[in-house]
Design a protein around this ligand. Structure first.
Ligand SMILES: [Zn+2]
Ligand SMILES: [Zn+2]
Length: 392
Protein backbone atom coordinates (compact mmCIF):
# COMPACT_ATOMS: atom_id res chain seq x y z
CA UNK A 1 0.00 0.00 0.00
CA UNK A 2 2.45 2.60 -1.14
CA UNK A 3 -0.07 5.21 -2.16
CA UNK A 4 -2.91 5.06 0.27
CA UNK A 5 -6.24 6.55 -0.64
CA UNK A 6 -8.00 8.86 1.74
CA UNK A 7 -10.26 6.80 4.03
CA UNK A 8 -13.32 8.93 3.28
CA UNK A 9 -12.68 8.51 -0.43
CA UNK A 10 -12.31 4.75 0.03
CA UNK A 11 -15.77 4.53 1.60
CA UNK A 12 -17.25 7.15 -0.72
CA UNK A 13 -18.45 9.38 2.10
CA UNK A 14 -17.96 13.00 3.12
CA UNK A 15 -15.91 14.16 6.09
CA UNK A 16 -19.18 15.02 7.80
CA UNK A 17 -20.53 11.48 7.53
CA UNK A 18 -22.32 10.17 10.61
CA UNK A 19 -21.44 6.90 12.33
CA UNK A 20 -24.40 5.26 10.62
CA UNK A 21 -23.32 6.48 7.21
CA UNK A 22 -19.82 5.11 7.79
CA UNK A 23 -21.20 1.76 8.82
CA UNK A 24 -23.56 1.66 5.91
CA UNK A 25 -20.82 2.59 3.43
CA UNK A 26 -18.56 -0.11 4.80
CA UNK A 27 -21.37 -2.65 4.67
CA UNK A 28 -21.89 -1.88 1.00
CA UNK A 29 -18.19 -2.20 0.26
CA UNK A 30 -17.97 -5.41 2.28
CA UNK A 31 -20.83 -6.92 0.35
CA UNK A 32 -19.43 -5.86 -2.97
CA UNK A 33 -15.83 -6.92 -2.41
CA UNK A 34 -16.22 -9.85 -0.04
CA UNK A 35 -13.72 -12.47 -1.23
CA UNK A 36 -16.36 -15.21 -1.10
CA UNK A 37 -18.16 -13.46 -3.87
CA UNK A 38 -15.18 -13.57 -6.20
CA UNK A 39 -14.06 -17.17 -5.83
CA UNK A 40 -15.01 -17.84 -9.41
CA UNK A 41 -13.36 -14.70 -10.75
CA UNK A 42 -10.07 -14.43 -12.57
CA UNK A 43 -6.86 -14.10 -10.54
CA UNK A 44 -6.86 -10.39 -11.30
CA UNK A 45 -10.45 -9.97 -10.14
CA UNK A 46 -9.76 -11.92 -6.97
CA UNK A 47 -6.74 -9.79 -6.21
CA UNK A 48 -8.63 -6.54 -6.84
CA UNK A 49 -11.54 -7.65 -4.67
CA UNK A 50 -9.21 -8.65 -1.87
CA UNK A 51 -7.33 -5.33 -2.01
CA UNK A 52 -10.56 -3.33 -2.10
CA UNK A 53 -11.93 -5.32 0.78
CA UNK A 54 -8.85 -4.76 2.90
CA UNK A 55 -8.74 -1.11 2.00
CA UNK A 56 -12.37 -0.61 3.02
CA UNK A 57 -11.88 -2.61 6.22
CA UNK A 58 -8.91 -0.50 7.21
CA UNK A 59 -10.79 2.72 6.47
CA UNK A 60 -13.71 1.48 8.52
CA UNK A 61 -11.57 0.43 11.47
CA UNK A 62 -10.24 3.97 11.73
CA UNK A 63 -13.33 6.00 10.89
CA UNK A 64 -15.64 3.94 13.09
CA UNK A 65 -13.52 4.73 16.14
CA UNK A 66 -14.21 8.35 17.19
CA UNK A 67 -10.78 8.70 18.73
CA UNK A 68 -8.89 7.34 15.73
CA UNK A 69 -11.12 9.27 13.37
CA UNK A 70 -10.34 12.55 15.13
CA UNK A 71 -6.63 11.83 14.88
CA UNK A 72 -6.94 10.87 11.24
CA UNK A 73 -8.91 14.06 10.52
CA UNK A 74 -6.21 16.11 12.13
CA UNK A 75 -3.04 14.38 11.03
CA UNK A 76 -3.96 12.06 8.19
CA UNK A 77 -2.27 8.68 8.07
CA UNK A 78 0.47 9.89 10.41
CA UNK A 79 -2.09 10.18 13.19
CA UNK A 80 -3.25 6.58 12.98
CA UNK A 81 -0.10 4.86 11.86
CA UNK A 82 0.14 1.36 13.14
CA UNK A 83 -3.54 1.39 13.96
CA UNK A 84 -4.08 0.27 10.39
CA UNK A 85 -6.61 -2.44 9.99
CA UNK A 86 -7.52 -3.95 13.27
CA UNK A 87 -8.26 -6.87 10.97
CA UNK A 88 -5.79 -9.66 10.78
CA UNK A 89 -5.75 -10.99 7.28
CA UNK A 90 -2.63 -13.04 7.75
CA UNK A 91 -4.71 -16.10 8.60
CA UNK A 92 -6.68 -15.83 5.40
CA UNK A 93 -10.34 -15.00 5.32
CA UNK A 94 -11.41 -17.97 7.40
CA UNK A 95 -13.04 -16.20 10.34
CA UNK A 96 -13.89 -13.06 8.44
CA UNK A 97 -17.59 -13.78 8.37
CA UNK A 98 -17.62 -14.00 12.13
CA UNK A 99 -16.00 -10.59 12.36
CA UNK A 100 -18.50 -9.08 9.96
CA UNK A 101 -21.42 -10.66 11.76
CA UNK A 102 -20.09 -9.28 15.00
CA UNK A 103 -19.68 -5.88 13.46
CA UNK A 104 -23.13 -5.70 12.00
CA UNK A 105 -24.75 -7.39 14.95
CA UNK A 106 -25.93 -10.38 12.96
CA UNK A 107 -29.09 -8.38 12.36
CA UNK A 108 -28.44 -8.61 8.68
CA UNK A 109 -28.76 -12.34 8.45
CA UNK A 110 -25.06 -12.94 8.45
CA UNK A 111 -22.40 -12.75 5.87
CA UNK A 112 -22.27 -16.48 5.42
CA UNK A 113 -24.32 -16.65 2.28
CA UNK A 114 -24.78 -13.78 -0.03
CA UNK A 115 -28.23 -14.80 -1.09
CA UNK A 116 -29.66 -13.13 1.96
CA UNK A 117 -28.54 -9.68 1.10
CA UNK A 118 -31.34 -8.67 -1.20
CA UNK A 119 -33.22 -6.81 1.46
CA UNK A 120 -30.56 -4.31 2.40
CA UNK A 121 -31.56 -1.28 0.42
CA UNK A 122 -32.60 1.15 3.07
CA UNK A 123 -29.90 3.74 2.85
CA UNK A 124 -30.89 4.70 -0.69
CA UNK A 125 -32.28 8.10 -1.57
CA UNK A 126 -30.73 10.39 -4.14
CA UNK A 127 -27.80 12.51 -3.07
CA UNK A 128 -28.89 16.05 -2.32
CA UNK A 129 -26.71 18.70 -3.95
CA UNK A 130 -24.61 20.27 -1.26
CA UNK A 131 -21.98 22.90 -1.76
CA UNK A 132 -18.72 22.74 0.04
CA UNK A 133 -16.27 25.63 0.27
CA UNK A 134 -12.66 25.09 -0.68
CA UNK A 135 -10.02 24.22 1.91
CA UNK A 136 -7.42 26.83 2.81
CA UNK A 137 -3.82 25.89 3.41
CA UNK A 138 -1.59 27.90 5.69
CA UNK A 139 1.61 27.46 7.70
CA UNK A 140 2.46 28.05 11.30
CA UNK A 141 6.01 28.29 12.64
CA UNK A 142 6.68 26.69 16.00
CA UNK A 143 9.62 26.52 18.32
CA UNK A 144 10.70 23.18 19.75
CA UNK A 145 9.27 24.22 23.12
CA UNK A 146 5.91 25.03 21.54
CA UNK A 147 5.86 21.65 19.81
CA UNK A 148 6.69 19.98 23.12
CA UNK A 149 4.04 21.73 25.17
CA UNK A 150 1.38 22.43 22.60
CA UNK A 151 0.40 26.00 21.77
CA UNK A 152 -2.38 28.38 20.89
CA UNK A 153 -1.59 30.24 17.67
CA UNK A 154 -3.44 32.80 15.66
CA UNK A 155 -3.32 32.64 11.90
CA UNK A 156 -4.57 35.37 9.62
CA UNK A 157 -6.29 34.13 6.49
CA UNK A 158 -8.33 35.62 3.69
CA UNK A 159 -11.46 33.63 3.03
CA UNK A 160 -14.90 33.71 1.44
CA UNK A 161 -17.65 34.40 3.92
CA UNK A 162 -21.42 34.73 3.44
CA UNK A 163 -22.29 38.21 2.18
CA UNK A 164 -23.71 40.27 5.07
CA UNK A 165 -26.06 42.19 2.73
CA UNK A 166 -27.95 39.22 1.35
CA UNK A 167 -27.15 36.67 4.04
CA UNK A 168 -25.31 34.49 1.55
CA UNK A 169 -28.33 33.99 -0.68
CA UNK A 170 -27.03 36.16 -3.53
CA UNK A 171 -30.16 38.30 -3.60
CA UNK A 172 -32.31 40.22 -1.14
CA UNK A 173 -35.55 38.50 -1.96
CA UNK A 174 -35.92 34.77 -1.73
CA UNK A 175 -38.43 34.99 -4.59
CA UNK A 176 -35.62 36.10 -6.90
CA UNK A 177 -33.96 32.72 -6.63
CA UNK A 178 -35.41 30.38 -9.19
CA UNK A 179 -34.70 26.90 -10.33
CA UNK A 180 -32.54 27.08 -13.44
CA UNK A 181 -34.81 26.70 -16.48
CA UNK A 182 -32.06 25.14 -18.61
CA UNK A 183 -31.16 22.22 -16.37
CA UNK A 184 -34.28 22.23 -14.18
CA UNK A 185 -32.11 22.36 -11.07
CA UNK A 186 -29.89 19.37 -11.76
CA UNK A 187 -26.89 21.51 -12.68
CA UNK A 188 -26.14 19.31 -15.65
CA UNK A 189 -27.29 19.20 -19.20
CA UNK A 190 -27.66 16.13 -21.33
CA UNK A 191 -26.38 15.88 -24.86
CA UNK A 192 -27.72 13.16 -27.06
CA UNK A 193 -25.85 12.35 -30.20
CA UNK A 194 -26.35 9.74 -32.83
CA UNK A 195 -23.24 7.86 -33.76
CA UNK A 196 -22.45 4.75 -35.73
CA UNK A 197 -22.84 2.80 -32.52
CA UNK A 198 -26.22 4.20 -31.72
CA UNK A 199 -27.38 6.99 -29.43
CA UNK A 200 -24.92 8.11 -26.80
CA UNK A 201 -25.60 10.46 -23.95
CA UNK A 202 -23.10 12.77 -22.33
CA UNK A 203 -23.53 15.20 -19.44
CA UNK A 204 -21.89 18.57 -19.02
CA UNK A 205 -22.16 21.35 -16.46
CA UNK A 206 -25.13 23.58 -17.16
CA UNK A 207 -23.89 26.77 -18.87
CA UNK A 208 -26.66 28.98 -17.49
CA UNK A 209 -26.22 28.29 -13.78
CA UNK A 210 -22.66 26.95 -13.80
CA UNK A 211 -23.87 23.74 -12.25
CA UNK A 212 -25.56 25.41 -9.31
CA UNK A 213 -29.07 24.50 -10.39
CA UNK A 214 -30.40 27.92 -9.41
CA UNK A 215 -30.45 31.32 -11.04
CA UNK A 216 -30.71 34.68 -9.33
CA UNK A 217 -32.73 37.23 -11.23
CA UNK A 218 -31.95 40.27 -9.09
CA UNK A 219 -28.41 39.75 -7.83
CA UNK A 220 -27.21 41.38 -4.62
CA UNK A 221 -25.09 44.40 -5.53
CA UNK A 222 -22.68 43.86 -2.68
CA UNK A 223 -21.53 40.38 -3.73
CA UNK A 224 -22.65 40.32 -7.37
CA UNK A 225 -25.01 37.43 -6.69
CA UNK A 226 -22.37 34.97 -5.52
CA UNK A 227 -23.52 35.27 -1.91
CA UNK A 228 -19.88 35.47 -0.84
CA UNK A 229 -17.48 38.24 0.12
CA UNK A 230 -13.76 38.10 0.78
CA UNK A 231 -12.69 38.72 4.37
CA UNK A 232 -9.40 38.72 6.21
CA UNK A 233 -9.93 37.00 9.52
CA UNK A 234 -7.94 35.59 12.39
CA UNK A 235 -8.40 32.01 13.44
CA UNK A 236 -7.19 30.51 16.70
CA UNK A 237 -5.41 27.23 16.19
CA UNK A 238 -4.76 24.82 19.02
CA UNK A 239 -1.56 22.90 18.44
CA UNK A 240 -1.40 19.62 20.37
CA UNK A 241 1.83 18.65 22.15
CA UNK A 242 4.13 16.40 20.14
CA UNK A 243 3.59 17.70 16.59
CA UNK A 244 6.42 17.46 14.10
CA UNK A 245 7.72 19.49 11.21
CA UNK A 246 5.57 18.97 8.11
CA UNK A 247 2.49 17.67 9.92
CA UNK A 248 -0.86 18.98 8.79
CA UNK A 249 -3.59 19.91 11.23
CA UNK A 250 -7.04 20.20 9.86
CA UNK A 251 -9.42 22.63 11.48
CA UNK A 252 -12.87 21.72 10.40
CA UNK A 253 -15.10 24.33 8.77
CA UNK A 254 -12.60 27.17 9.05
CA UNK A 255 -11.90 27.24 5.30
CA UNK A 256 -13.86 29.08 2.60
CA UNK A 257 -17.61 29.33 2.93
CA UNK A 258 -19.61 27.77 0.15
CA UNK A 259 -22.19 29.52 -2.02
CA UNK A 260 -25.85 29.09 -1.03
CA UNK A 261 -24.92 28.55 2.61
CA UNK A 262 -23.40 25.17 2.01
CA UNK A 263 -20.77 23.67 4.28
CA UNK A 264 -17.48 25.41 4.89
CA UNK A 265 -14.20 23.97 3.71
CA UNK A 266 -11.48 23.17 6.21
CA UNK A 267 -8.44 25.13 7.27
CA UNK A 268 -5.31 23.04 6.81
CA UNK A 269 -2.42 24.20 8.94
CA UNK A 270 1.03 22.88 8.15
CA UNK A 271 3.51 22.80 11.01
CA UNK A 272 6.91 24.31 10.32
CA UNK A 273 9.62 23.74 12.94
CA UNK A 274 11.95 26.56 13.89
CA UNK A 275 15.39 25.10 14.45
CA UNK A 276 16.48 25.04 18.08
CA UNK A 277 19.74 26.70 19.02
CA UNK A 278 21.17 23.61 20.74
CA UNK A 279 18.80 20.68 20.51
CA UNK A 280 18.29 18.44 17.50
CA UNK A 281 15.21 16.33 17.16
CA UNK A 282 14.61 12.90 15.67
CA UNK A 283 11.12 11.60 16.29
CA UNK A 284 10.52 11.97 20.01
CA UNK A 285 14.18 11.98 20.98
CA UNK A 286 16.41 15.01 21.39
CA UNK A 287 20.16 15.25 20.91
CA UNK A 288 22.76 17.56 22.35
CA UNK A 289 26.53 17.54 22.02
CA UNK A 290 28.66 18.86 24.88
CA UNK A 291 32.34 19.73 24.62
CA UNK A 292 34.53 19.34 27.72
CA UNK A 293 38.25 19.80 28.38
CA UNK A 294 40.71 16.93 28.65
CA UNK A 295 41.28 17.75 32.32
CA UNK A 296 37.53 17.68 33.05
CA UNK A 297 37.31 14.31 31.29
CA UNK A 298 40.12 12.92 33.40
CA UNK A 299 39.17 14.45 36.73
CA UNK A 300 35.38 14.52 36.39
CA UNK A 301 33.18 17.60 36.46
CA UNK A 302 29.61 18.85 36.32
CA UNK A 303 28.33 20.45 33.12
CA UNK A 304 25.20 22.40 32.31
CA UNK A 305 23.02 20.83 29.61
CA UNK A 306 20.18 22.67 27.84
CA UNK A 307 16.89 20.75 27.92
CA UNK A 308 13.29 21.60 27.08
CA UNK A 309 12.78 22.63 30.70
CA UNK A 310 15.81 24.89 30.93
CA UNK A 311 19.36 23.92 31.77
CA UNK A 312 20.15 20.92 33.86
CA UNK A 313 23.31 19.84 35.68
CA UNK A 314 24.94 16.66 34.44
CA UNK A 315 27.68 14.94 36.38
CA UNK A 316 30.57 13.77 34.19
CA UNK A 317 32.50 10.96 35.84
CA UNK A 318 36.28 10.98 36.12
CA UNK A 319 37.70 9.03 33.18
CA UNK A 320 34.92 9.79 30.70
CA UNK A 321 35.88 8.90 27.14
CA UNK A 322 35.25 11.21 24.22
CA UNK A 323 32.07 10.12 22.39
CA UNK A 324 30.35 8.83 25.53
CA UNK A 325 26.57 9.15 25.26
CA UNK A 326 24.44 9.81 28.33
CA UNK A 327 20.70 9.33 28.24
CA UNK A 328 18.39 11.70 30.10
CA UNK A 329 15.33 9.51 30.35
CA UNK A 330 11.98 11.13 29.62
CA UNK A 331 13.51 14.47 28.72
CA UNK A 332 12.53 14.22 25.05
CA UNK A 333 9.36 15.18 23.21
CA UNK A 334 5.93 13.90 24.24
CA UNK A 335 4.26 11.55 21.79
CA UNK A 336 1.36 12.94 19.89
CA UNK A 337 -0.98 10.23 21.12
CA UNK A 338 -0.29 11.33 24.70
CA UNK A 339 1.47 8.15 25.74
CA UNK A 340 5.03 8.45 26.96
CA UNK A 341 7.91 10.72 26.18
CA UNK A 342 11.15 10.40 24.28
CA UNK A 343 14.60 10.80 25.82
CA UNK A 344 17.36 13.33 25.48
CA UNK A 345 20.79 12.05 24.56
CA UNK A 346 23.92 13.96 25.46
CA UNK A 347 27.09 13.15 23.58
CA UNK A 348 30.28 14.19 25.33
CA UNK A 349 33.27 15.14 23.22
CA UNK A 350 36.65 15.81 24.76
CA UNK A 351 38.69 18.70 23.45
CA UNK A 352 42.47 18.42 23.33
CA UNK A 353 44.62 21.56 23.71
CA UNK A 354 46.63 22.33 20.58
CA UNK A 355 49.15 24.63 22.21
CA UNK A 356 50.87 24.19 25.54
CA UNK A 357 53.17 26.50 27.43
CA UNK A 358 56.66 25.19 28.22
CA UNK A 359 55.66 24.74 31.84
CA UNK A 360 52.52 22.74 30.97
CA UNK A 361 54.45 20.59 28.55
CA UNK A 362 57.08 19.79 31.15
CA UNK A 363 54.46 18.75 33.68
CA UNK A 364 52.71 16.51 31.19
CA UNK A 365 55.99 14.96 30.00
CA UNK A 366 56.57 13.84 33.58
CA UNK A 367 53.36 11.83 33.40
CA UNK A 368 53.65 10.56 29.83
CA UNK A 369 55.12 7.17 30.67
CA UNK A 370 53.04 6.73 33.82
CA UNK A 371 50.93 3.57 33.71
CA UNK A 372 47.59 5.33 34.22
CA UNK A 373 47.98 7.06 30.85
CA UNK A 374 48.30 3.89 28.80
CA UNK A 375 45.07 2.86 27.03
CA UNK A 376 43.51 -0.08 28.86
CA UNK A 377 40.53 -1.79 27.28
CA UNK A 378 40.24 -4.57 29.82
CA UNK A 379 37.43 -2.83 31.67
CA UNK A 380 34.26 -0.83 30.82
CA UNK A 381 36.07 1.06 28.07
CA UNK A 382 35.95 -2.00 25.86
CA UNK A 383 32.30 -1.42 24.93
CA UNK A 384 32.95 2.22 24.20
CA UNK A 385 35.90 1.34 21.94
CA UNK A 386 33.97 -1.36 20.06
CA UNK A 387 31.18 1.13 19.40
CA UNK A 388 33.48 3.88 18.18
CA UNK A 389 35.40 1.39 16.08
CA UNK A 390 32.26 0.26 14.31
CA UNK A 391 31.38 3.75 13.12
CA UNK A 392 33.72 3.12 10.18
ZN1 LIG B 1 -28.69 25.21 -14.90
ZN1 LIG C 1 -24.76 39.69 -1.27
Amino acid sequence: MADKRDYYEVLGITKQASADEIKSAYRKAAIKWHPDKWVDGTEQEKKTAEDKFKEASEAYSVLSDPDKRAKYDQFGFAGVDGAGGGFDFSQGFGNLNDILNNLFGGAFGGFGGFSGFGGFGGSGGSAQRTYRGRDIRTRVKLTLEEMARGAEKEVSIERNRPCPECGGKGTKNASDIKTCPTCKGSGQVQHVSNTLFGRTMTYTTCPQCNGEGKVVSNPCRHCGGTGLVRKRETVKVTIPAGVEDGMQLSIRSEGHSAPHNGTNGDLLVIVEAIEHQYLKRDGNNLYYTALISAMDAMLGTTISVPTLEGSESLKVDAGTQSGTIVRLRGKGMPSLNGYGKGDQYVKILVWMPRKLSRQEREKLEEMRSSNSFKPDLSREDKAWFEKEKNIF
